[in-house]
Design a protein around this ligand. Structure first.
Ligand code: ZN
Length: 761
């Protein structure tokens, strides 16, 4: 199965190389002549065993040999849409090699012909980049893999992972087909071909399946899509941890969820005897796996469900768990536009259902919770406040929480993570015989029973190993994670002189945000046109939050990433920096999605010593109110904001300092207020009482909608201004009047920020 999958994965390397040759005006060879050269050059690939299989993909008709037929069929299914109930054959169109990949969010724009990297995910208007540069860089990185693994025995599987990662990086933003408009990416085609070849190869009735395809019968539900979902993420991460220690475990717990979900996916495919290529995705606490639809598979899955439940009951009192749902499908439902959409909806409903079932109570009624006996105030764990712990380094900690603290330290101080079946010293067991081994120097470790090995650093450097940006970003000092107090101390840095704060409030801010209306977007847009298009879409949205955001905005400024991935984000940071971060994340998300999707955010400012689960709960509520945002704005302002054309603006909002505001209006007013007040302060002496009085006037303006008597705010403003600010200067008065009149809430939120920045300590 692994060989079938690998052959299918490699079959189209020629497309990449051929475009490179043609671009250089060389006489290009036939596309199928390139893989041989490639197999020879990369001696870690099992050349003899897969060469014949790859050759078979290029046959005009389905080969008779069953192995070859499987690889042939996997490729054809992957490129077909079955509109006419027959498999497509590809026309190699070499005239049009510079045809770029259509952008997922905009049919008229493209991805550049470049590698997957934070700079290259935005839509561009015309062809950018070249195959020459792309291939040269690809080869350089490929050499790194060859060099590293040259003398490593028993590491076939890890080499192939690194190799697959490299393909993802270099072929995700280039089209597979040049003979159709809006092709899927080359990488997605290879990945889907490999997955299908592996899964078909694992079928009990593979001969029958191939026979059906030969006859043009695509109806039988031969596949099973398995979806796993970790529920209770927020409660699991925030728990009852004491604020003092929160920074030691929050990120670690969030990373643990990602690791656990990956390990559980490994566990499932091993139990089902499927190749790793059958794992479709593992991100944001979810996994998806394709399997054959067979009795044996369902029986094993039923057993695995019980094992998962038992694990979560034993370790986490059943407060969290991983639900498994599955839905059967046929070939059409994987590739046909209409049918895939319907299938996706059916699967989504099944996943929704398991969220309500969680644990099968009748199966666990015999179960007795393992509760530690004899816990008292001296032995209660400071982290979870549930288990019995031991006193260490000034706090009490239980074994489970100690694992999280260790993971947290390792994420910060080590670059590599191996998931292994052999326990080495200090390894942390994740699930039934799977261990985590962190290390910083890869040449020092034996790579024997490792299931996977990752370079976990969130940067763009390729060191020859598969990359998984798990470390995300947390601010550190001398190898230790900054505490929330230390983060708060970095507020309003311009207010610190000679290590002494002269002005500015010290506080942290929690940012919780996610993409708006994803469910509807998935239902109605083209991203669910096929299996490979949907996977590409999901991967790119995840990439934006888990890689683009940390690399672009968090490397230079100190933040604490609790989670970043899927379509959401939870970050803690100094309050003023966090407002800027929210603005930037939302702004670039709009640019990335060509305004097709928006991003709502809840911001909660707090003293660093407040319980962190309490802050998280408020951030969640703030986000909810941003999601509920809907308003009709005045015509005057509408002209400046595009989204407002129909009159109403929904979502795309930020909840900040107690007000829920449309992002565009807030940005506009905030910029003006911060600038104008700064200028104003250069000319006039501004007493804090003046600023507070302006807040009161804005309040009156807000209350005026309900209480007409409050319309007196205007004359009060004039009187107050003349008396306390200036008798002659009219400009600033006009500015205040206009802002309070038209955007009192935006004005107030911005002025509060201004006051907190200048307030003396
Ligand atoms: Zn504990």
């Amino acid at each position: 199965m692994e060989k079938l999958a690998l052959a299918a994965f490699l079959h189209d390397i020629g497309k990449f190389r051929q475009r490179y040759e043609l671009e250089a005006q060389n006489r290009a060879k036939d596309i199928k002549d390139y893989y041989k050269f490639f197999l020879e050059k990369n001696n870690f690939l099992p050349k003899n065993e897969i060469e014949e299989l790859i050759k078979a993909v290029f046959e005009k008709e389905m080969p008779d040999d069953i192995q070859k037929a499987i690889v042939w069929v996997a490729d054809k299914i992957s490129i077909s849409n079955l509109e006419e109930n027959k498999l497509d054959l590809e026309e190699y169109d070499i005239k049009n090699i510079k045809k770029p990949l259509t952008h997922i969010f905009c049919d008229e724009k493209y991805f550049p012909i470049k590698k997957l990297s934070v700079k290259n995910i935005f839509p561009v208007d015309r062809v950018e980049g070249s195959y020459k540069e792309l291939w040269d860089e690809f080869e350089r990185d490929l050499n790194k893999i060859n060099k590293i693994f040259a003398n490593k025995e028993n590491a076939e599987h890890l080499k192939i992972n690194a190799f697959e990662y490299l393909f993802k990086k270099y072929t995700s933003l280039i089209p597979n087909r040049l003979d159709v408009s809006k092709s899927e990416p080359l990488y997605e085609h290879l990945r889907m071909s490999a997955m299908l070849a592996g899964v078909i190869g694992a079928m009990e009735e593979k001969e029958e399946f191939i026979e059906e395809i030969k006859k043009g019968d695509f109806e039988k539900k031969r596949f099973l899509l398995i979806a796993g979902d970790f529920f209770g993420i927020q409660d699991f991460i925030f728990d009852e941890v004491k604020t003092k220690y929160a920074a030691k475990t929050l990120r670690a717990k969030s990373a643990y969820i990602q690791i656990l979900v990956k390990v559980l996916a490994f566990y499932i495919v091993e139990k089902l005897n499927l190749p790793y290529f059958s794992i479709i995705s593992t991100h944001a606490g979810k996994f998806e796996i394709l399997a054959p639809n067979e009795k044996r598979v369902i029986e094993i899955l039923t057993k695995i469900k019980d094992e998962f439940n038992e694990f979560f009951l034993d370790n986490f009192f059943g407060e969290t768990g991983v639900g498994i749902a599955y839905e059967e499908c046929n070939v059409k439902e994987l590739v046909n536009k209409k049918e895939y959409k319907l299938f996706r909806e059916r699967l989504a409903n099944k996943v929704e259902e398991i969220k309500f079932k969680k644990f099968d109570l009748h199966k666990i009624k015999e179960k007795i919770f393992k509760i530690d006996e004899g816990i008292d105030n001296q032995s209660l764990c400071d982290f979870c406040q549930k288990r019995k712990g031991e006193s260490k380094e000034g706090y009490v900690i239980c074994d489970v929480c100690k694992n999280f603290v260790d993971i947290g330290k390792n994420l910060v101080n080590n670059r590599f993570l191996a998931i292994s079946k052999e326990k080495k010293d200090n390894d942390i067991e994740v699930f039934k015989g799977y261990y985590l081994h962190f290390f910083d120097n890869p040449s020092s470790v034996k790579l024997k029973d490792d299931v996977a090995l990752y370079d976990i650093r969130t940067d763009e450097e390729f060191k020859g190993y598969e990359k998984w940006e798990l470390s995300s970003y947390v601010a550190t000092k001398n190898g230790e994670v900054l505490t929330l107090e230390e983060l708060a101390a970095l507020s309003v840095e311009e207010g610190i002189e000679n290590n002494e704060r002269t002005k500015g409030v010290e506080a942290i801010m929690a940012l919780k945000g996610d993409a708006d209306g994803m469910g509807d977007f998935i239902k109605t847009s083209k991203v669910t046109d096929s299996f490979s298009k949907f996977n590409f879409f999901a991967k790119m949205v995840d990439y934006y939050f888990s890689v683009y955001v940390p690399i672009s905005f968090m490397q230079k400024e100190p933040f604490y990433t609790v989670f970043a991935g899927g379509d959401d984000l939870f970050v803690l940071g100094a309050w003023d920096k966090t407002i800027e971060l929210a603005k930037n994340v939302r702004g670039d998300f709009k640019r990335f999605t060509e305004n097709r999707l928006s991003f709502s955010t809840g911001l909660i400012m707090s003293k660093a010593n407040k319980p962190v689960n309490f802050i998280a709960e408020f951030a969640e509520k703030a986000l909810e109110s941003a999601k509920d945002f809907c308003c009709k704005k005045t015509d005057k302002l509408c002209k400046e904001v595009k989204e407002c054309k129909e009159g109403y603006i929904k979502k795309d909002a930020v909840s900040v300092f107690g007000y829920t505001l449309n992002w565009d209006f807030y940005n506009m007013v905030r910029k003006e207020v911060l600038e104008e007040f700064k200028k104003f302060e250069e000319t006039y002496e501004v007493k804090t009482t003046i600023l507070y009085r302006l807040l009161d006037l804005a309040d009156m303006r807000i209350e005026m909608e309900k209480d007409i008597k409050k319309s007196i705010w205007k004359s009060k403003l004039c009187y107050f201004y003349r008396r306390n600010i200036s008798e002659k200067d009219n400009d600033f008065l006009a500015f205040l009047n206009e802002k309070i009149e038209n955007t009192p809430k935006e004005f107030k939120a911005s002025l509060i920020e201004y006051i907190y920045k200048r307030r003396s300590k």
